[in-house]
Design a protein around this ligand. Structure first.
Ligand code: HXC
Length: 510
């Protein structure tokens, strides 16, 4: 009997050893942790329950049957993050380079199916040389099985990918279909075709880091939502993100204890808007001052900085924030910012996360680059996302809300529930200067006349009251009181029920 029990322990030890001490050491030398070490950091201590530790591949070609390590290059199971259940898979680079075989894929699919059935997030820790070369099409089939589950799980359970090593070829498309992708700086990369193929086909010489490193994907391509210094920081930040999210679309986001009065007033906000209407100010300051304990989890911080997206809590409840950032491109909407915010709004709506929109937008960015790049379609994504969202929507216009961008940014007309404006708000078709130049073109030579016309226009439109007269703004509020007003607004919307008409699915402008 003891022998049998001992055999189990021996088998477990064998599986836990992964690709052996030498390969583990090589992994550490690269500054990377092993799959199991990562899971240990991600989950609450002692909460990991492993599945399929003894699964082995069944391939025979190219002599691979001589090597059948238990676990087959991926560690899968479930555990808790601050007491809340998640499913996790972590590819083990020390076993066949973490490459994906038929059985490796089956292990991932098993936990994805369970996550979907039981309503819990899936976290994927990717560190893999791609398709298991010895398995050919069986491996490709395995990928497609994972892809199909990514698609089915989308909008049902949160899916988070962390790229912690190579992720190349078609393998990138599984993370690409998850809600958030994070990368580890200097040790991870993602690309569809690597530097060698790029050189052969296009003659471009580029390093793996330049082609698909964390900096590329957080700043240029927007494929990744954030990048972290090392594996440990990545795991801690994923824990922090999970705390904001509901377990599935069947649940509301978690309500956490909070230590910040919803009635807190902040007189520094009364002077946040500069006297000069064209001077920038930092919208992040407003977000921090509204949030419980000033905590803001920013998504895509390094990309399209003219719009801010991320999560805060108000009275302990998660709220998604979208805010124009006047510090960058005057906070205008363009292709990148529209795409960034649209995806964020849709995530929030899919997972019942209310949306707070802070508006200071001078309009859409003009230019051939924008028009040729399809700003019409991309801008429409954000418009569409706001208009279809049925979650509670509270909007505060702090300064400019001009033109189509006024409509887009969660206006009353797109079913905004509470549309507030600060007294400094300017809601108009465009700024005074542009408007006067069009309306009074014949008087442009006369500086005095133009100055008088401009003042006229400003007096009429550079305020929130024209919109408030029509009920498009529900209330003009004092800046210092914004947290209290916004908290009360969201509290009043906790019972909100709104449904869109039945459809097979929508046809948003992709
Ligand atoms: C089987 C693999 C493997 C793979 C790596 N290994 N990739 N085994 N299939 N795809 C093995 C290596 O043989 C080696 O085994 C161990 O993993 C570590 O690999 P090294 O090359 O020593 O590591 P490193 O120098 O860090 O290089 C990592 C790497 C390189 C850049 C990922 O291994 C590599 O280029 N691999 C091939 C990548 C690739 O072309 N994959 C197929 C892409 S196509 P030992 O025993 O020596 O430790 C694809 C299609 C997906 O993925 C389609 C989905 C629809």
């Amino acid at each position: 009997m003891t022998d049998i029990l001992q055999e189990l322990e021996d088998r477990r030890a064998d599986a836990r050893a992964g690709g052996g001490a030498k390969r583990v050491e090589a992994q550490h030398t690269k500054g990377k942790l092993t799959a199991r070490e990562r899971i240990e950091l991600l989950l609450d201590e002692g909460s990991f329950e492993e599945f399929d530790m003894f699964v082995k591949h069944r391939a025979t070609d190219f002599g691979i049957d001589a090597q059948r390590p238990p676990g087959d290059g991926v560690v899968t199971g479930w555990g808790t993050v601050n007491g809340r259940m998640i499913y996790v898979f972590a590819q083990d680079f020390t076993v066949f380079g973490g490459s994906l075989s038929e059985t490796h894929a089956q292990k991932i699919c098993k936990i994805m199916d369970m996550a979907l059935q039981n309503g819990a997030p899936v976290i994927g820790l990717n560190d893999s040389g791609g398709a298991r070369i010895q398995e050919g099409v069986a491996s490709l089939a395995g990928y497609a099985e994972v892809f199909q589950r990514n698609i089915m799980a989308s909008g049902v359970v949160p899916q988070i990918s962390v790229i912690m090593g190579p992720c190349a070829g078609g393998a990138v498309y599984s993370p690409a279909m998850t809600d958030f992708i994070f990368m580890v700086k200097d040790s991870s990369y993602m690309f569809v075709t690597g530097p060698d193929v790029v050189k052969t086909v296009t003659n471009e010489v580029v390093t793996a880091e330049e082609l698909g490193g964390a900096s590329t994907h957080t700043k240029k391509s927007s494929v990744a939502d954030g990048a972290f210094e090392d594996d440990a920081e990545a795991m801690m930040e994923v824990r922090r993100l999970i705390d904001f999210l509901p377990a599935s679309n069947r649940e509301k986001p978690p309500v956490r204890p909070f230590f910040d009065s919803p009635d807190r007033i902040d007189h520094s906000l009364d002077t946040l808007i500069p006297d000069n209407a064209n001077a920038p100010y930092d919208m992040k300051e407003l977000i921090h001052k509204l949030a419980d304990e000033g905590d803001f989890y920013e998504i895509q911080e390094e990309y399209a900085k003219n719009i801010l997206t991320g999560f805060i809590r108000l009275e302990g409840s998660t709220v998604g924030v979208v805010a124009n950032q006047p510090m960058v491109l005057a906070g205008c909407l363009d292709i990148d910012s529209s795409r960034k915010a649209a995806r964020f709004v849709r995530f929030c709506d899919a997972f019942s996360i209310p949306i707070l929109t802070l508006v200071d937008v001078p309009g859409f960015l003009p230019g051939t680059a924008q028009e040729y790049g399809g700003v019409i379609k991309h801008g429409a994504k954000l418009l569409y996302a706001y208009g279809e969202a049925t979650v509670p929507k509270v909007t505060v216009i702090t300064r400019k809300a001009y033109g189509g961008a006024y409509d887009v940014m969660a206006s009353k007309h797109l079913r905004g529930d509470f549309n507030y404006a600060w007294p400094t708000a300017e809601i108009a078709v465009m700024g005074a200067k542009g408007a006067v130049e069009i309306l009074y073109r014949s008087e442009l030579g006369d500086a005095d006349k133009i100055a008088a016309r401009t003042k006229d226009y400003e007096d009429r439109f550079a305020n929130p009251f024209v919109a408030a007269e029509r009920g498009f703004i529900d209330e003009v509020i004092q800046p210092y009181n914004t947290r209290k007003r916004v908290c009360r607004a969201f509290a009043s919307l906790r019972g909100k029920k709104l449904e869109n008409p039945w459809k097979k699915h929508d046809n948003l402008p992709l």
